[in-house]
Design a protein around this ligand. Structure first.
Ligand code: PMP
Length: 451
């Protein structure tokens, strides 16, 4: 069905593979039988090259919190583009965006800009190592912090090589990583404070930082337990290490980010996605004394440059996007997300099928499981073929979601979009079940239409 609806995408993909390996340029947007080619984004909808229309519940992996081509953002970019997009000099747009971040995010006293979340994490961990003079960084199993050698281990490890639950192994994600990269990375279990403490306490004098997502995105938008995040804050303080909160996807949850919701104040925060209003962006913010290491006026400073750092088009878009994202809008979207998640869980219970949802506020993931997972290993119990079929079925039903079932809401959405999505999800789940029966819940009963 997907192949029949997307013949123009298929031929574009075949053409594309002559100039790009696999016909795509982001591993995460590629899938079989062929990746989708998009013609246009319109508000909260996408149109593909075959003319199919989708409710965009991915918003370029959560970054387009105001949907596509928001008039206020496109106007801000157009205004700035007419006056220059990037200068080898400072400009007011950088200061405006930095000031907004300092005002909104409690722990952020100073900001440096870069061009992606990946670069933000690179800088944050370099700062942590330089500030503490220590070599090791700890990350959670299933945690994703961008595509670079320093953190690309144990993101999606095979259970057979992943070590024990309490003491996960550091499993490199691929060949080709810098020699030594895995040795300087310690992996802790997500949402198990006692096990994390048992691993990290003995490393005290060598641990520079713990980097953690408040909501583990790639693992399945799994929220950290508040005690876990607060415990990591206390632990890092006790060990003299820095806590780096990776808010690349969670900054959308409140003007002050997830840290405001959790009441946790990290030393450094990595940001990206929404703060660029849809254009490439990254930023590190945090304690003045740590951030000051990047001040070129200081002897022995830590050089941090980039041709497009803080470019004027991005900062104009970012300022416009953040100004639109008020506290009231964050709350409204989070409430809508909570109802969306509850309705997906209720759908699973009603159909007697393993369908549930996890997440926080406007971030969620559909899991083909009986219960929302609490960590990567639990999320992995879902049948991968079912997950693959569900993604294609959602596309067939006009819902654009991540391959792994991640969804998010944008400010252009309200109850009617959530109802539209829920109806499509119901049809998609039933289509998957018809093609490849999902295991029924132990205590559940199939409803007539599902049988
Ligand atoms: N950290 C987290 C938590 C992310 O979700 C991502 C991207 N999805 C990154 C870092 C990397 O950001 P980017 O793709 O902009 O490099």
């Amino acid at each position: 069905m997907y192949a029949a609806r997307t013949v123009a995408s298929a031929s574009r993909a075949a053409e594309a593979s002559r100039v790009m390996p696999g016909g795509d340029t982001r591993a995460i947007t590629w899938f079989l039988p062929h990746p989708l080619f998009v013609e246009e984004g319109r508000g909260c909808e996408l149109v593909d090259v075959d003319g199919n229309v989708y409710l965009d519940l991915l918003s370029n992996y959560t970054s387009l919190v105001h949907g596509h081509a928001h008039p206020a953002i496109t106007a801000a970019v157009a205004r700035q583009a007419a006056r220059g997009t990037a200068f080898a000099a400072a400009h007011d747009g950088q200061v405006q965006l930095a000031r907004l971040l300092c005002e909104r995010v409690g722990s952020v006293e100073r900001v440096r800009f870069c061009n992606s979340g990946t670069e933000a994490v690179m800088l944050a961990l370099r700062l942590a190592r330089a500030f503490t003079g220590r070599p090791l960084v700890a990350k959670a199993e299933g945690g994703y912090h961008g595509s670079w050698d320093g953190v690309e281990a144990s993101v999606e490890p095979e259970p057979a090589t992943a070590g024990s639950r309490e003491r996960p192994a550091t499993v490199p994600e691929s060949e080709g990583l810098l020699p030594g990269a895995a040795e300087s990375l310690v992996v802790i279990p997500f949402n198990d404070l006692a096990a994390a403490e048992a691993i990290l306490e003995p490393l005290a004098d060598r641990l520079a930082a713990v980097i953690i997502e408040p909501v583990a995105g790639v693992a399945g938008t799994i929220p950290a337990d508040p005690e876990y995040l607060q415990g990591l804050r206390a632990l890092t303080q006790r060990l003299g290490a820095l806590l780096v909160l990776d808010e690349v996807i969670t900054l959308r949850l409140a003007p002050g980010g997830a840290q405001a919701l959790y009441g946790v104040s990290p030393d450094l925060t990595t940001m990206g996605k929404i703060i660029g209003g849809g254009l490439p962006v990254g930023a590190v913010g945090g304690r003045e004394e740590v951030m000051a290491l990047t001040d070129p006026g200081r002897p022995g400073f830590l050089p941090h440059s980039g041709t497009f750092n803080g470019n004027a088009a991005t900062t104009a878009a970012g300022v416009a996007a953040l100004e639109l994202l008020t506290a009231a809008e964050c709350e409204r979207l989070n409430g809508l997300g909570d109802r969306f998640r509850e309705a997906i869980c209720a759908l699973g219970a009603e159909l007697g099928l393993p369908v549930t949802a996890s997440g926080l506020g406007s971030l969620l993931t559909i899991h083909l499981l009986d219960e929302p997972p609490g960590n990567y290993r639990e999320a992995r119990r879902a049948d991968p073929e079912g997950v693959r079929l569900l993604h294609l079925a959602l596309l067939n039903e006009g819902v654009f979601a991540a391959r792994r079932g991640m969804l998010c809401l944008s400010t252009l959405m309200g109850e009617s979009e959530v109802e539209r999505a829920l109806a499509a999800i119901r049809r998609a789940v039933l289509a998957v079940h018809a093609e490849r029966p999902l295991p029924t819940r132990a205590a559940g009963e199939l409803v007539a239409e599902a049988r």
